[in-house]
Design a binder for this molecule. Structure first.
Ligand code: GLN
Length: 209
């Protein structure tokens, strides 16, 4: 199979909305592969961590022997994008997690799980994303985290612009790691996946945002 640019992007396929990310990445013009075993990590240029349930994902990552290899690859510079539970998995610090919950880390930030509370468990809101053209992103949040603290190396890429959670940080980037609290894989708007693919290709360097 010949794919423009020859990039292979893995989607962590332990749990969550794996298929939707595989589809979005394929639409964005890369070869997308599900990742379930450590050996499969050798074949990828970047990793997407899907939405789902971070406690379950953490447990399965440990069981499948993926936690440490992925932690190390991310620390060594593997580009990664996480949506919702995936954002939690890329976070250095997790609030309101289970005590035995582990993350891959990589982004120097603190996220709070299920932060938006019961009344706004699932909601939709507009998010302006820095570096992504074409207007505000229509973002779908499902028991989403928000970002409570970012380190100096982290760039805030998006905040909720309206509704009860206005101002909350919901998209961040640290070098070649990207995370959103919402699920672009569910809405058919490919701009976030395209942004990530361009990032992996090196088209969008940090200065560009
Ligand atoms: N609340 C979930 C968690 O803690 C995330 C929800 C999602 O990915 N839609 O992992």
């Amino acid at each position: 199979m010949v794919v423009a640019g020859g990039l292979v992007i893995g989607v962590l396929a332990l749990q969550g909305d794996v298929r939707e990310h595989l589809y979005a990445l394929a639409e964005a013009g890369v070869l997308a592969r599900p990742i379930r075993r450590p050996a499969e990590l050798d074949q990828i240029d970047a990793l997407v961590v899907p939405g789902g349930e971070s406690t379950t994902m953490s447990k399965l990552a440990i069981e499948f022997g993926l936690l440490e290899p992925i932690q190390k690859m991310i620390a060594d510079g593997l580009p990664a994008y996480g949506s919702c539970a995936g954002m939690i998995m890329l976070s250095g610090e997790v609030l309101d997690g289970r005590p035995d919950q582990r993350s891959f880390g990589g982004i120097d930030m603190t996220v709070r799980r299920n932060a938006f509370g019961r009344q706004v468990d699932s909601f939709e809101a507009s998010v302006e994303l820095e570096g992504i053209e074409g207007g505000a992103f229509h973002a779908v949040f499902i028991r989403a985290p928000w970002v409570e603290r970012v380190g100096e190396a982290v760039r805030v890429v998006g905040r909720v612009t309206d509704g009860p959670a206005a101002g909350r940080i919901v998209a961040v980037r640290q070098e070649n790691l990207l995370a959103t609290a919402f699920h672009p894989e569910l809405t058919g708007d490919l701009r976030v996946h395209q942004f990530f693919v361009d990032m992996v290709r090196g088209v969008r360097d940090d200065a560009e945002g």
